[in-house]
Design a protein around this ligand. Structure first.
Ligand code: ADP
Ligand code: MG
Length: 724
């Protein structure tokens, strides 16, 4: 119910809000992982042989033996029933970026009218949701509209609690009957397998014989806004699009830097603790919480985990942030840019690879041997980020993230790699051929002894880089706050797999030609730097000079919008990348383009419709009412021989007319349907529609500055950002 009355009501409601009833904090042992059927619980409840077989599947990805599945299902059911769960659900991760679930009861009615519970290995392992309404980008014809879900054994089952019940949840892959991946988990698992295989090749060439499976890791820092729900429900734009489409910046924004790392407002801290308690129950290692830069903006960062598990946990975290906020009277906004003029929200995806035997492969380490290994793996990342830069840009493309990238608060839309001055210097030396493998005197052949130990000072950070090395991992800083981390992780693992295979090929060829291992390493790395070193950049990524030099001198691409970014999915090199690594078939990859393009178009069109309706039904009436009042006031004053309000009335009338012109043009632009291609449709949204929306907003916001506050129908930025 928009309107000034509702704004007043909201404010008084918030001022008089009763605090959440206090809760005695639970000790950690009563919380940690209590709702997860993890390895420890499996070990305690399964026969030894079954547990060993299952653990083997989890650690190596070997297929799950059906007889084992039956025993696991029985133990899992017992555990879940004891905890009070009556339903189970296969949870999957469709291309919408959200999580989806289908719930089934454990109960089976018996012929004598009683009920038994049933949960077999096959129900555990395979589900058949009617997935026909999930986006599939044309993969499935209606005759084969069904897909199936299959338990991802490497991601443990858990229990979701609601006020009235509990559900056993199984993270699953979602696949069509013809075997195509319809989700984000399947390619993530495949990308990890491809990376593992390629990494072992390189480790083998370095002389390693004991090589444990290599896994990718992910630690995601999540930014979000909290707005009191009393305000959010009065804003059609926040409700339906997750961001404000009109709204004037408040007199005070973030310029004082008084929010960043400031004391967390008490009501917010109570909310955060509630979230963290639920995360701990699910063994999601929440580790850091703080205020972010913008007023009303916060961050939560869990400790890193295996990428696949971290991706599932990240989805749960977003779900829990939203659902818990509701209970605290907040609306949690995960949109990348809910408010114009103040910082948006990102999700920094920290990523590394490693295994039990060699450790973190992106950790420089202390010995020359470790250095050689590190330089190869880091070199592989450099090559991948350059060769497949447009892919990295495409996987973070969304209508929301377009507002951040390149807007001088988030990383630019040009993909470059930050290494830190010391490491950059080492690679420059390699490029110039100054580091040579043939050093005399008792030094291990594999060593690169001139490389100093790396400085891992966290202060050596470049916040303007989209992709930064941070001591023992890369931080992909350009990911949007609302996005699944699976897409970026898939892209990073896959480009790395490709680069590691390329490195292994190169080293094998060098050594077959008589080069020593050390020479082979340095030659391959020199080629990486010769061909891809242009992507390494340590300067100010926000500067106009970089925007020019990156494109003109270095040949990097500035890809400003989703419309420009998504066609990368059709690029020949990228199709080949996914095909040769076995991560996505050309059909599967193409379906991603279709789905993401459609999502972008839908997001923009919802926003455009909202702009039109808000202008017509909220702003126009408020402004014309005020004009009437002004007119009456002016008439009264004129009777006394005074002139009053004329300039204001003129400004309002002018802005209002301009607003309605923009709205008319927007309606016309929205009516266009005859597009020659998806690309043309995307560009129409990114250019014409977005341009007209911005235009309308300018006039709407100008009106907000003129119209009497007690006639203004929408909660203001001041109210939404500062009243808690
Ligand atoms: P920042 O200074 O960027 O806020 P933090 O110390 O808070 O850095 O760490 C950010 C994230 O990086 C955390 O989630 C952390 O667990 C994660 N991280 C640390 N090491 C790794 C690693 N090897 N692989 C992936 N993520 C990691
Ligand atoms: Mg960070």
């Amino acid at each position: 119910m928009p309107g000034y009355e509702s704004r007043l009501q909201a404010t008084s409601h918030i001022a008089n809000r009763a605090a959440m009833p206090p809760k005695t904090p639970e000790p950690l042992e009563n919380l940690w992982a209590v709702d997860v059927f993890n390895l420890a619980k499996m070990q305690a409840s399964l026969p030894k042989a079954v547990f060993k077989s299952l653990r083997n599947t989890i650690q190596t990805g070997a297929e799950l033996d059906p007889t084992v599945a039956d025993v696991v299902a029985a133990a899992m059911k017992d555990w879940a029933l004891k905890k009070g769960a009556l339903y189970f659900s296969h949870v999957f991760y469709p291309l919408t970026g959200l999580s989806a679930e289908k719930h089934d009861g454990f109960i089976m009615p018996d012929s004598d009218g009683s009920a038994i519970t049933e949960f077999t290995g096959s129900l555990l392992v395979k589900g058949e949701p009617d997935g026909s309404s999930f986006p599939n980008g044309g993969i499935r014809g209606t005759f084969e509209a069904r897909g199936y879900t299959a338990w991802d054994v490497t991601s443990p089952a858990y229990i979701m609690n609601t006020d009235n019940g509990k559900t056993l949840c199984l993270p699953t892959v979602f696949i069509s009957w013809t075997g195509e991946a319809l989700d984000k988990k399947t390619p993530l698992l495949r990308s990890n397998a491809a990376m593992d295989k390629a990494a072992r090749r390189v480790l083998g060439l370095l002389g390693e014989t004991d090589i444990a499976p290599v896994n990718s890791s992910c630690g995601a820092e999540q930014e979000y806004f909290l707005v009191d729900t009393q305000f959010a429900i009065s804003r059609p734009d926040l409700l339906l699009a997750g961001r404000t489409l009109f709204g004037r910046p408040p007199a005070k924004g973030q310029e004082f830097d008084d929010h960043y790392f400031g004391a967390i407002p008490e009501r917010v801290q109570v909310f955060m603790q509630d979230v963290e308690e639920q995360l701990y129950r699910l063994s999601i290692p929440a580790k850091t919480r703080h205020n972010e830069v913008a007023p009303g903006q916060f961050e939560i960062a869990p400790y890193f985990e295996a990428a696949n598990v971290a991706a599932d946990h990240q989805q749960l975290l977003m779900t829990l942030l939203k659902s818990t906020a509701k209970r605290h009277g907040f609306t949690c906004l995960l949109h990348e840019k809910p408010f114009a003029g103040i910082n948006g929200s990102g999700k920094h995806v920290n990523w590394s690879i490693g295994n039990k035997t060699q450790g973190n492969l992106l950790d420089p380490g202390k010995t020359p041997h470790d250095n050689a290994q590190f330089l190869l793996f880091c070199g592989a990342v450099i090559r991948g980020a350059h060769k497949y830069g447009p892919l990295l840009r495409a996987v973070i493309a969304s209508a929301g993230n377009d507002h951040r990238l390149g807007a001088n608060e988030a990383p630019p839309a040009i993909l470059s790699v930050y290494l830190g001055s010391q490491l950059e210097d080492v690679y420059e030396q390699i490029r110039r051929g100054e580091l040579t493998g043939s050093r005399a005197g008792g030094i291990m052949d594999i060593g690169l002894p001139t490389i100093p130990t790396f400085n891992k000072d966290a202060g050596d950070r470049n916040r303007t880089s989209p992709f930064a090395f941070t001591g023992n991992r890369f931080e992909f800083r350009a990911v949007g706050s609302n996005q699944s981390v699976a897409g970026p992780l898939i892209a990073m693992n896959t480009m790395l797999a490709d680069s590691l295979n390329w490195i292994a090929d190169g080293m094998e060829a060098e050594m077959a030609g008589g080069a020593t291992l050390n020479e082979a390493i340095l030659r391959v790395l020199k080629t990486v730097m010769d061909e891809h070193g242009n992507v390494v950049f340590g300067g100010d990524g926000y500067s106009a000079e970089w925007h020019r030099a990156a494109v003109e001198e270095r040949g990097l691409m500035n890809i400003p919008t989703t419309a420009d970014a998504l066609p990368a999915f059709k690029d020949r090199d990228i199709v080949r990348l996914f095909e040769t690594t076995g991560v996505l078939t050309p059909v599967e990859l193409h379906s991603r383009f279709e789905v993401y393009a459609e999502q972008y178009i839908m997001a923009i069109s919802v926003e455009a419709k909202l702009v039109i309706s808000m202008a017509k039904t909220l702003i126009l009436p408020a402004a014309t009412r005020y004009l009437t009042e002004l007119g009456a006031g002016a008439a009264g004053a004129a009777a006394m021989g005074l002139e009053l309000g004329k300039e204001t009335a003129t400004r309002i009338a002018t802005e209002l007319a301009a607003l309605m012109t923009s709205v008319g043009e927007l309606e016309e632009a929205m009516a266009k349907t005859d597009f020659a291609s998806d690309e043309e449709h995307l560009q129409h949204c990114a250019g014409t529609i977005r341009g007209l929306m911005d235009q309308a907003r300018l006039h709407g916001d100008a009106l907000e500055a003129e119209v009497a506050d007690d006639l203004w129908p929408l909660p203001t930025y001041q109210e939404m950002l500062f009243i808690k």
